[in-house]
Design a protein around this ligand. Structure first.
Ligand code: PSU
Ligand code: MN
Length: 314
């Protein structure tokens, strides 16, 4: 099968591309990548599997092909079977792997659920340019001391993929996250709002650096960016639907409590984001999980529309 973006043979040898995805790529049709850390470490079983299947369906309903990405037994998986999805959702040996972990996971034949950063990298290797997730990582609060800045931001600076998220959770420092994106030359664009969204909430208090009104405009931005040789990604922020949002005034005290519990436990590094997400689900008695699922589905719909528009430009 000939792909429109030819994959170097030594890379193709490390990949298993699901036939549905391979067919779409070779025909130049719209494909949307999905991450797997959100499945293994972002949501509890069985909601995580339901979410993952549901999101794939949303992408198909909008005319694109979903490609959930993970590393299984050291193989780069581009599109998963139902059995593979189930394994990711349930197996405690599945590690959360960022870009730094990719080489070890591949070389030693391990399992890994890819974060936004590593999913972007693998998607780009496969020639996929659009990726839907829930929220991206960012600059953690207190990063001046901890130096905890998500690799997602560095990957956005160097890998040519448009990431559709609901913005940046206020468990992070949103202002500093926007500063780092500016420094790295990454356009942070909000769809249909002049305010940058804060994941659970439509409002963050931070103006969006850039705004567009339609998915088609996003596709034109991607094309212009890469035609100009401006390497790196596009961060598209898609505010959570109004009916699913938890307003900032309501979620903020819960976030503060989760952060304080985390500090009491002394957690750091890659454990912090999964802990905070899980703790906020407990504190809100499941409401934040419903919001999380709703916003991922919304992002998948928008990402599919962007991918369809981009395929027709390319
Ligand atoms: N935000 C969410 N859900 C998630 C994540 C972020 O709302 O599951 C995951 C993503 O995989 C993201 C990762 O790439 O957490 C960021 O982790 P860290 O902060 O350790 O870079
Ligand atoms: Mn981190």
């Amino acid at each position: 099968m000939t792909l429109q973006h030819p994959i170097r043979p030594e890379i193709a040898a490390l990949m298993d591309i699901h036939p549905e995805v391979a067919q779409a790529l070779s025909a130049g049709r719209a494909v949307v990548a999905l991450e797997s850390t959100i499945i293994s470490h972002g949501m509890p079983f069985p909601k995580n599997v339901e979410m993952a299947r549901g999101v794939e369906d949303v992408i198909r309903e909008h005319g694109a092909v979903p490609a959930t990405i993970a590393v299984l037994g050291g193989r780069l998986k581009i599109g998963l079977t139902p059995e593979e999805l189930h394994l990711l959702a349930t197996d405690k040996n599945v590690q959360k792997i960022s870009t730094r972990d990719l080489a070890v996971t591949v070389a030693l034949g391990r399992h890994g659920a890819t974060t936004v950063a590593s999913t972007m990298r693998v998607a780009a290797l496969a020639g996929i340019r659009v990726f839907a997730t829930g929220g991206t990582g960012g600059v953690h609060r207190g990063a001046g001391e901890s130096m905890d800045v998500s690799a997602d931001l560095l990957e956005l600076a160097r890998t040519d993929v448009c990431v559709v998220s609901a913005g940046v959770k206020s468990i992070l420092d949103i202002g500093l996250t926007l500063e780092v994106l500016e420094t790295q030359g990454v356009p942070a664009i909000t769809l249909g709002s002049t305010e940058f969204p804060a994941f659970y909430s439509r409002q963050s208090g931070f103006p969006s650096p850039l705004t567009v009104e339609t998915p088609e405009e996003v596709a034109r931005v991607m094309k212009a960016k890469w035609t100009l040789g401006l390497a790196g990604g596009v961060m598209l922020a898609n505010p959570v639907p109004l009916e699913a949002e938890i307003p900032a005034t309501e979620i903020t005290p819960h976030i503060e409590r989760a952060l304080s519990d985390m500090n009491t436990l002394g957690l750091s590094g890659k454990e912090t984001t999964p802990y905070l997400l899980g703790r906020i689900v407990e504190i809100t008695e499941g409401r934040s999980l419903e919001t999380n699922i709703a916003l991922v589905r919304h992002n998948a719909a928008v990402a599919a529309q962007v991918a369809v528009a981009y395929a027709s430009l390319a």
